[in-house]
Write a protein that binds this ligand. Structure first.
Ligand code: G1P
Length: 288
């Protein structure tokens, strides 16, 4: 079985939910405390041994690649000021991973965004991460999924139970439980209304996919919302080659949602030694 070495991260979305903040700044650079969301996600893939990241970008997303490049001007200024700790921190970002960008020329859907990576991925398995989902976990979620891929030799999607009234926000699966956290997936439906949902197990934005997914994506016609849905290609993959669902360990934050974004910031800040105690004390004062 080939090793999972590459990650695809779609970042082409316009981020309209965060306007005006996202007028000139890609939403993926909005910070979780002081770390851009995209860096939180890339640190997760690096921790899973991924060597190359393929960002599927759109217009006005150049600043994301700049974030992972060297900034000689900035490094030079910091050096002259003797701020060596900061130099190390930003140097580490540029050395973190090999990143390439591919333009998705039209917003045709998540399935189409993943298909844009076909030639760069070639004939090997890869992970997909949706950066609106950040997962706080002792063992990074991507590493958990790669482990299941190595165990079953089949594509793996991350799963989380959601309240029944929320099924229309997610891809929802039906399957057979294999053990405490693992399911054999038979059916996937993109954003069903609660009355049509086959379960309350939702697909979250982490996937390990075999290269065969590209053939299914090429054959996928526009589905929910008129877009080419990854969920529909996953249905074909599940039917013809099998697909595993894994209820990951960890807490998922939906930072594509304003309230989710605020909660993620508070939770990440509370865990930091430099901010946590003061923030906790402050929150207790506004509680009253
Ligand atoms: C996408 C997928 C959906 C999945 C969700 C997870 O939807 O299409 O199947 O459940 O991500 O966050 P989006 O939230 O991008 O509309």
């Amino acid at each position: 079985m080939s090793k999972v070495r590459k990650a695809v991260i779609p970042v082409a979305g316009l981020g309209t939910r965060f306007l005006p903040a996202t007028k000139a700044v890609p939403k993926e650079l909005l910070p979780i405390v002081d770390v851009p969301a995209i860096q939180v996600v890339i640190e997760e893939v690096v921790a899973a041994g991924i060597e190359q990241v393929i960002l599927i970008t759109g217009r006005s997303k150049g600043a994301i690649m700049d974030h992972f490049d060297h900034s000689y001007e900035l490094e030079d200024t910091l050096r002259r000021r003797g701020q060596t700790e900061l130099i190390e921190a930003i140097d580490r970002i540029s050395e973190m991973v090999r990143a390439v960008a591919i333009r998705q020329k039209a917003p045709l859907g998540l399935g189409h965004a993943v298909l844009c990576a076909k030639d760069t991925i070639g004939d090997e398995p890869f992970v997909v991460l949706l950066p609106d989902d950040i997962i706080d976990a002792k063992r990074p979620a991507t590493a958990q999924l790669v482990e299941q891929y190595e165990r079953y030799g089949a594509g793996v999607v991350s799963l989380m139970k959601v309240p029944s009234e929320d099924t229309s926000m997610y891809g929802i699966i039906a399957g057979d439980r294999m053990d405490e956290r693992t399911h054999r997936v038979f059916t996937l439906v993109e954003k069903p209304r609660p009355e049509n949902a086959p379960s309350n197990l939702a697909v979250i934005g982490r996937y390990v996919l075999p290269p065969e997914i590209f053939g299914y994506l090429e054959a996928t016609r526009p589905g929910h919302g008129g877009e080419i849905q990854l969920t529909d290609a996953l249905q074909a993959l599940a039917t013809e080659r099998g697909l595993v669902g894994y209820e990951f360990e960890g807490t998922r934050h939906d930072i594509g949602d304003k309230f989710g974004f605020l909660k993620a910031n508070i939770e990440y800040a509370l865990k930091r030694s430099d901010l946590g105690p003061a923030l906790r004390a402050y929150l207790e004062t506004i509680d009253k």
